[in-house]
Design a protein around this ligand. Structure first.
Ligand SMILES: NC(=O)c1ccc[n+]([C@@H]2O[C@H](COP(=O)([O-])OP(=O)(O)OC[C@H]3O[C@@H](n4cnc5c(N)ncnc54)[C@H](O)[C@@H]3O)[C@@H](O)[C@H]2O)c1
Length: 353
């Protein structure tokens, strides 16, 4: 993919618009604002004008806007960070790509693989970078595992739990099934299934899933369990909860030579010996200017510059969306879903509004 974007070349660093100034935006805004050698924060954008203004003032952006089209038309905006509700990821990413802007889109990349493919097609057609903000890839323990997994031998199984507690919807769109379909699967599924995809280095052959809703204040499922079978007789289990106190974020990986345990994505041990400890800079909540988002943004800037980087690019995002589609189909039907040999979903640019 060519990444030498014409507008960027006039300036030293790309100009960034952060679109959506809600809960997760602060970590992205801080990541851009704290790295002026990589990028310039040009615009903050939200239909809620007060949020856009507040973000502009807090992070010294050049201007605040309440209209995405105005941001996409602005010549000083070379790239956008999309922190929008899930159902807007695909249409706005496609619009941004068509306007010649590079895109870093929050997880989930899209609502389904068909949309994700259409996003990638638009990015390719307009020669812009399309990366997915799988922030947990940028935690040190996860990066360590990505770099050192071969030392542990072959992976046999993965057991992953991410349980949090919400006493109510944290954003209004969480209440609506069409905006946050499969709720806990749509919101936290991308974190854990991206991790499983990373360690398995493969796509699942078969997916079993059960998901239920315990709370009435949203329409989607808030508790889910999945079993996934991978080539080479490897298996993974995933538990997701929005009902769990205290928070659990645990990964247990059985390798040929022993067991890796990762707690909260920040501490990694192998056979009981701690190999990665949480750093003092890693104690901030992920919504609170988290250091991992700085790393994530640096990788995106490298991708824009056409340099080697650790961004999660569209191709990997599409694979994850195929797995998420299978999970949705499995818990929706009560039947296991077989993926091996399944024809890839196809899409055209016009398939997505
Ligand atoms: N990486 C993570 O750990 C993490 C954590 C939280 C959220 N997220 C993801 O980030 C995204 C945003 O989630 P959030 O919790 O910040 O949601 P949020 O509702 O707090 O923020 C979304 C913002 O988008 C704005 N918005 C909606 N429609 C708009 C439009 N058409 N034009 C401009 N602005 C518009 C809203 O006014 C709101 O301020 C979601 O996709 C979510 O999955 C990721």
């Amino acid at each position: 993919m060519t990444t030498d974007h014409h507008a960027t070349s006039a300036r030293q660093v790309p100009g960034i618009a952060v679109i959506g100034c809600g809960r997760i935006s602060r970590s992205h805004l801080a990541a851009v604002a704290s790295q002026p050698e990589l990028a310039m924060l040009v615009a903050t954008v939200d239909t809620d004008r007060a949020l856009a203004e507040r973000a502009k003032d807090s992070y010294q952006a050049r201007f605040a806007l309440d209209d995405i089209d105005a941001a996409l038309a602005h010549p000083d905006v070379d790239a956008v960070v999309l922190c929008l509700p899930n159902h807007l990821h695909a249409p706005i990413a496609i619009k941004a790509a068509r306007a010649g802007k590079h895109v870093l889109v929050e997880k989930p990349m899209a609502d389904n693989a068909r949309e994700a493919l259409a996003m990638a097609e638009a990015a390719d057609a307009h020669r812009v970078v399309l990366a997915v903000a799988q922030c947990r890839r940028h935690f040190r323990a996860i990066q360590y595992l990505a770099d050192h997994h071969a030392e542990f031998g072959a992976l046999i199984s993965a057991q992953v739990s991410l349980g949090v507690y919400w006493s109510d919807a944290q954003a209004a769109w969480w209440r609506e099934a069409d905006k946050a379909s499969g709720l806990v699967v749509a919101l936290n599924g991308p974190h854990v299934l991206d991790f499983v995809q990373m360690v398995m280095r493969d796509d699942p052959l078969r997916v079993h899933a059960e998901a239920v809703r315990r709370n009435d204040f949203w329409a989607g499922e808030d508790e889910a369990m999945m079993l996934l079978a991978y080539p080479g007789r490897r298996i993974a289990s995933v538990h997701l909860s929005f009902n769990q106190r205290p928070v659990e974020n645990r990964k247990v990986l059985v390798y040929e030579h022993g067991t890796v345990v990762i707690e909260h994505d920040t501490q990694l041990s192998f056979n009981g010996q701690v190999l990665v400890r949480q750093g003092d800079d890693e104690r901030r909540h992920y919504l609170d200017e988290a250091i991992e988002f700085e790393r994530q943004f640096r990788e995106f800037a490298l991708a824009i510059a056409g340099k080697p980087n650790r961004s999660v690019m569209a191709a990997e995002g599409i694979r994850l969306m195929h797995t998420l589609d299978a999970v949705h189909r499995a818990f929706g039907s009560g039947q296991p879903v077989t993926l091996a040999g399944a024809a890839p979903a196809t899409a055209t640019l016009d398939a997505v509004p």
